[in-house]
Design a protein around this ligand. Structure first.
Ligand SMILES: Nc1ncnc2c1ncn2[C@@H]1O[C@H](COP(=O)(O)OP(=O)(O)O)[C@@H](O)[C@H]1O
Ligand SMILES: [Mg+2]
Length: 375
């Protein structure tokens, strides 16, 4: 996939701006607060219809202005697309979002799910390794929702069933009332679990591959951590997972009644990350955690590429702060020959990176564009 043009109107600090990008690596550099992360966020938002950072969507609109608009030209499998996203302030701090594809309105954000794949790495991704299990589940879910319609369907179903089951658990209820919710939970939840377990070994290998490039002396491994005992590996299929899930629900029934929430299932699972066979959440340094998170993001991109036979757009915000300059060059060479990558730097690019087209952002809003220095 290739993003050729991005036009911004009232998006965060950009009042009116148009950017052109090349295939391959594009470097975006400038001092702090010149809008590098905002630009990455705008690209991500226009491709997915979702904000990349936590917070309310009205924060994306330039302070005290009524609306923001982003228009993006994308090429996918040799076809051209125009994506438009606009946000309008309505009363309070809520917003109305309008998304269009080739000038036709998109009714629901989920229709965009997986259509235009972007892999975003940001410094906050350290949470993937060091944060609560929620971050790792979100990583897996979002990756799978984008590559499997069946997963997306089961995922939405599971969320709904789990919420309704939780409200029932909070009230006085009989086992007979709970029973149909158990069956639905087991049905959709086991689909999620089966798919997650199926891709995890592959994801672990891809992460290891990326990590080896960033950091040759270290190994990286991912392992699934289920909230209930799983069937033995060679016996794992939908039926045996359903049986185990059912057994676990029966075993936690008393506790669930007391606490009023669903205590087992894919919404309580986690993924363990090992660097050199040590639990990275507990023992890795900040730098190691950040590099491992970057490796996981690159693995996500390789996974997309395999599913789609076309690489996604990589948006790498401040990914080089932990890598020395030799690694930076190898890194670019290895991953992104036929891939579009937009990366940000808070310092002037090193001579190696100067070979690539670059945009220098400044606080005055006057950017300088260089199309790479040959040789
Ligand atoms: N809604 C907004 N309207 C106007 N300016 C904004 C808005 N949101 C953030 N900014 C400004 O954007 C700047 C930060 O941009 P950012 O992209 O994070 O910089 P960096 O280049 O360091 O990544 C800050 O100066 C902030 O005030
Ligand atoms: Mg930034």
């Amino acid at each position: 996939m290739f993003l050729s043009r991005l036009s911004l109107e009232n998006f965060r600090n950009f009042t009116k701006k148009e950017f052109h990008f090349e295939n391959g690596i594009n470097v975006l550099w400038g001092k702090n607060a010149t809008g590098k992360s905002n630009l990455i966020e705008a690209i991500y938002f226009s491709l997915t219809g979702k904000p990349s950072r936590a917070g309310k969507e009205d924060e994306l609109i330039q302070f005290s202005l009524p609306y923001a608009r982003i228009e993006t030209c994308v090429e996918k499998k040799k076809k051209k697309f125009i994506l438009e996203a606009s946000l309008e302030r309505i009363e309070g701090n809520s917003t109305r979002k309008i998304l269009k594809l080739n000038r036709n309105p998109i009714r629901r954000v989920s229709e965009l799910m997986g259509e235009f794949k972007a892999v975003l790495f940001s410094p906050q991704d350290q949470s993937l390794v060091q944060g609560e299990p929620f971050y790792r589940r979100r990583f897996l879910d979002f990756m799978l929702c984008q590559t499997s319609k069946m997963y997306l369907h089961s995922y939405m179903k599971y969320q709904g069933v789990k919420d309704q089951r939780n409200s029932l658990l909070k009230q006085t209820h009989s086992s007979a009332e709970l029973f149909p919710w158990n069956s639905k939970l087991i049905e959709s939840g086991s689909q999620l679990l089966l798919k997650r377990l199926e891709i995890l070994p592959e994801l672990s290998v891809l992460s290891q591959k990326a990590h080896h490039f960033l950091c040759q002396s270290e190994s990286l491994e991912l392992q699934y951590l289920s909230s209930f005992p799983l069937p033995e590996q060679h016996k794992r299929d939908l039926e045996t997972i359903q049986e185990s899930f059912e057994k676990a629900l029966a075993e936690t029934a008393q506790e669930e009644k007391k606490r009023g929430i669903t205590l087992v299932g894919p919404h309580r699972d986690d993924m363990k990350i090992f660097i050199n066979n040590l639990d990275a959440r507990l023992f890795a340094s900040q730098g190691q955690q950040k590099t491992a998170a970057l490796s996981m993001r690159l693995a996500e991109g390789m996974f997309f590429e395999k599913m789609e036979e076309e690489p996604p757009v990589y948006l790498l915000d401040d990914c080089f702060s932990e890598l020395d300059s030799d690694r930076q060059h190898d890194f670019c060479d290895f991953f992104f020959k036929n891939t579009q990558t937009i990366l940000t730097l808070s310092q002037e690019p090193t001579p190696d990176l100067k070979l690539f087209p670059s945009i220098k952002l400044t606080n005055s809003g006057k950017e300088t564009v260089t199309y790479g220095i040959s040789g």
